[in-house]
Design a binder for this molecule. Structure first.
Ligand SMILES: Cc1cc2nc3c(=O)[nH]c(=O)nc-3n(C[C@H](O)[C@H](O)[C@H](O)COP(=O)(O)OP(=O)(O)OC[C@H]3O[C@@H](n4cnc5c(N)ncnc54)[C@H](O)[C@@H]3O)c2cc1C
Length: 475
């Protein structure tokens, strides 16, 4: 016989303590809605376990009673993955309290952390140990490493250090039956059968709950130089990237592109972050070089490459940050574009990746298609050009019209953009994931063979579909 909600709650309270089972509507509210406020759900409760054992016991109880679970980290995800559905029959497991650093091994260059460690805290803990943890993104003050792993987050240093997947050496995961899978050995080589770790990275909580991870650390660069560079077109921006790749190789640690419309939006909502470059440039690029030799060496490299770029015309203007504060301001410009968009109202988001060589064609064709059909739209186009990742977001003509534009045109605009992505061999999600936003597009995008294999994996690991159902993949 299944438990009543009250009986379930009292069992949950005996596992995590009464105050960690959140049911009061006002307290539950933040767990039911996503960062963009596009998705809202209901839940029996939000649970805040203190350790892996408690997570395991909760999952066993839920499995026995066929209660579905939604894992939640910092709740900064952009595709509704961490929001429960509307049935009110799910529980949210928040990893908030599991925020301990378990070990730092400077010789192995690793840090072992619980899933609820906030990304910025992880960066700070690495710095305390005189090491560098390179994952960096706009939400780093609130997103958590478990969420970063579950979304295989990208961010601004992927072109040098890789996605979160590349930064991870091992995981601890609570499986849908409550068993605990442990691969926290911190090994760089381990060829003993299937790589189970990689299944859970990017799974968005659909296969289990990540409770801890071993992450790679790196030496702290001696110097970092940042420049803001104007470029006349997306084609020339790619040329600029190639010049930096050829000239700086692995020392190139950031290459972010921002279109004129993104910069105009930024200037409107955050005037203090308006671009210091003269005029209105079709694109501006943020470039970062890191160096392990000396500051002079890095500066010389930056100046040499920029000189060549200005001569060739792929750069039309450039400012190299003269101090840390100015470099920070350049990064703030880039990181505040999504915040300016949130202030502006809803927009139709596309987080796409393409072969870098195809990006100019993608922008040109998509802009032309969309602006012919909807002449007054704004395309807020920016992203991690060095990784072939564009945030190609479409907004109504004015802030006041964004909501109605979003509601009316989301589906048809998304279909047009995704058709272009497919034509150019891209992906419909570069880094944000599938969540509930793109779940209906998955089969079409990945093709039947990949989709059916993913379904088989999901059914094998989570036969009762209790782990974040309705996200990533429909069964
Ligand atoms: C301003 C802003 C800028 C951003 N910039 C970037 C960017 O540059 N690059 C990028 O990749 N993303 C970016 N994001 C998106 C978001 O920050 C990332 O997806 C981040 O990795 C999510 O982490 P989180 O802890 O907030 O996860 P949540 O939002 O809580 O969850 C995300 C998904 O992971 C699952 N999940 C969370 N924790 C666990 C766990 N412990 N075990 C299993 N499943 C779990 C959830 O169920 C959900 O499906 C940005 C978001 C904002 C708001």
């Amino acid at each position: 016989m299944s438990l009543t909600d009250q009986e379930l709650i009292s069992h949950l309270q005996s596992i995590v303590g009464a105050e960690q089972v959140i049911t009061a509507p006002a307290d539950l509210e933040p767990y039911l809605i996503d960062w963009r406020k596009r998705y809202r759900g209901q839940a029996i409760a939000a649970l805040r376990p203190a350790n892996t054992q408690e997570v395991s016991e909760i999952v066993k109880l839920c499995a026995a009673n066929l209660i579905a679970i939604v894992p939640q980290g910092g709740n900064t995800g952009l595709c509704g993955g961490a929001t429960p559905n509307a049935t009110g029959r799910q529980v949210v497991i928040s990893l908030q309290r599991m925020n301990k650093v378990r070990a730092v091994d400077t010789s192995n260059q690793t840090i072992t952390v619980e899933a609820g460690v906030v990304l910025q805290t992880l960066q700070e803990e690495a710095a305390k140990a005189d090491r560098y943890f390179p994952l960096s993104l706009g939400a780093e003050g609130s997103c958590m490493i478990g969420g970063n792993l579950s979304t295989n987050a990208g961010g601004t240093s992927v072109l040098r250090y890789g996605n979160t997947r590349e930064l991870c050496l091992g995981l601890e995961v609570v499986l849908p039956n409550g068993d605990i899978l442990n691969s926290l050995r911190g090994l760089r080589k381990d060829n003993t059968g299937y790589d189970l770790r990689d299944l859970f990275i990017g799974a968005e909580g659909s296969l289990g709950i990540i409770t801890a991870a071993v992450m790679k650390l790196f030496p702290i660069p001696v110097a970092q130089w940042t420049a803001l560079v104007a470029t006349p077109s997306a084609e020339r921006a790619v040329e600029l990237l190639n010049r930096f790749q050829a000239g700086a190789s692995a020392q190139l640690t950031g290459f972010e592109m921002m279109s004129d419309e993104s910069l105009a939006l930024l200037k409107h909502y955050y005037p203090a972050l308006a671009s210091p470059l003269a005029g209105e440039n079709p694109y501006e690029v943020l470039v970062e070089i890191s160096d392990y030799e000396s500051s002079e060496h890095a500066m010389q490299l930056m100046e040499n490459i920029l000189e060549g770029a200005l001569e060739s015309g792929c750069a039309s203007d450039a400012i190299v940050a003269s101090n840390i504060a100015q470099a920070r301001k350049f990064w703030d410009m880039r990181e505040h574009i999504p915040l300016a968009q949130a202030d502006d109202g809803p927009n139709i988001k596309h987080d796409v990746s393409l072969p870098i060589s195809a990006i100019p064609a993608f922008i040109k064709t998509c802009n032309a298609l969309l602006k012919t059909k909807y002449p007054t739209i704004r395309v807020i186009n920016y992203g991690h050009l060095g990784d072939g990742n564009l945030h190609y977001n479409v907004a109504g003509p004015t802030s006041a019209e964004t909501e109605s534009f979003f509601t009316t045109y989301s589906k048809e605009i998304q279909a047009m953009v995704y058709a272009e992505v497919e034509r150019l061999n891209g992906s419909i999600s570069a880094e944000h994931g599938v969540g509930q936003q793109k779940v209906d597009y998955l089969q079409g995008h990945r093709g039947n063979a990949a989709f059916h294999l993913m379904q088989s994996i999901k059914k094998a690991i989570d036969p009762n579909n209790l782990m974040n159902p309705g996200k990533v993949i429909n069964l």
